[in-house]
Structure formats: C-alpha cells, structure tokens
Design a protein around this ligand. Structure first.
Ligand code: OFO
Length: 202
C-alpha cells in the first residue's frame, strides 16, 4: 500500500509559500519614517507657497505671485526627490495628507516673514535628518541630504534678501508696485539661474 500523504507537511509548505519573502531594507525603519515625514514637510511647503501665490495673484501682485508659484513647484520637486530616493532604497514612500495652509496674510512683508520662518523649520528638520544619518552610519542618505543642506542655505539667503529689499523700499501701499517689480526681477534671475544649473547637469 502506498504511504498516506502527510497533510501536515503539505499544509506547512502551502502556508510558507503564502508568506511574502522578507524585504531587504537598505534603510532603518526609523530613517524610512523620518524621510517620509520630510516628504510631508516638503509637500506642505509646496501648498503653503501655492496659497501665498494665490493671495498675491488675487491682489494683482503678479511679480510676487510668479515668485511663489515657482517656489511651490520647487518644493514639489524637493518632495518628489525624497519620494523617489525612498523607493530607490527599496522602502515604502508614502504620499502625505496635507493640512490646510495659511490663506490670509496681514501684508506683503508678513508673507515673506512666514516664508523665512518656514524655511528655518525645514533647515532644522534637514539638519536633524543629517544627524540621524551620521548616527546610523548611513553614508548613502548622508550624501543624498547634502543637496538639501546647500538648497536650504540658498533659500534662506534668498528670502532674507527679499525681506531686506522690502525694508529698504518700505512696505506701505505706495510701495507695493515697486516691491512687485523688484520681486519680479529676483524671480527672473532665479529662473535664469535654475535653467543654467539644469543645463550643467545635462
Ligand atoms: Fe526649502 O524647503 Fe524644500 O527643501
């Protein structure tokens, strides 16, 4: 008589075949979570600057609006860069839920003050990420984050320059036209500069 099939072994084999193989993680779980938090922060920045662009556009300050639309696009690009990095490192990139950004601002100067305050929060968050990469001896993430370190230095400097310009011009209602023209010129210079660095990367 042939031996009776061992149902226990067959069942074990079947169950084992249902368990997905353990994924090889190139990042610690803590790093994945912290990078996903940064994705959310960059996403929020994109919508905050879009909100500011809408506020300026509504007030017919087209130069300031163009500056903020471009900043919003840049922040979206910053978000996607981390999103793609997570996937490249075999981790789950999570699309964030974005909370409602500010929609009302006291005046032009306060919009740029809020922008600078937000960029400082981002700089702190990037620095914390760099610290974590050092703690974990995660050289790949450390190298990846250096782009953000340089970007934050440039962005904080740019917004500070704008605030200094507004202080020089004065920000009463008589000055709005001149502020708008100045920001338009700064925006054009940024567009040209970004175009140049893109060409150099090609
Ligand atoms: Fe300047 O916020 Fe993005 O990185």
């Amino acid at each position: 008589m042939p031996p009776a099939p061992c149902y226990f072994n067959l069942m074990t084999l079947f169950l084992l075949s249902c368990v997905p193989p353990k994924r090889y993680l190139m990042l610690t779980e803590k790093m994945v979570k912290t990078l996903n938090d940064q994705v959310a922060m960059e996403g929020y920045a994109s919508f905050l600057y879009l909100s500011m662009a809408g506020w300026f556009d509504y007030k017919s300050m087209k130069g300031c609006a163009a500056f903020m639309y471009r900043q919003s696009d840049e922040e979206h690009m910053h978000m996607m860069k981390i999103f793609r990095y997570l996937l490249e490192m075999n981790a789950h990139a999570v699309s964030p839920g974005i909370k409602q950004p500010l929609v009302e601002f006291a005046d032009v100067k306060s919009v740029f003050e809020e922008t600078l305050a937000h960029e400082r929060r981002v700089t702190k968050s990037i620095n914390d990420l760099v610290e974590l990469a050092i703690e974990e001896s995660d050289h790949a993430t450390y190298a990846f984050l250096q782009w953000y370190v340089a970007e934050q230095r440039e962005e904080e400097n740019l917004i500070r320059t704008i605030l200094d310009t507004i202080t020089l011009i004065g920000h009463g209602s008589q000055s709005l036209y001149f502020i708008d023209k100045e920001i338009e010129a700064i925006n054009q210079a940024e567009v040209a500069e970004n175009g140049k660095s893109k060409k150099n990367e090609e």
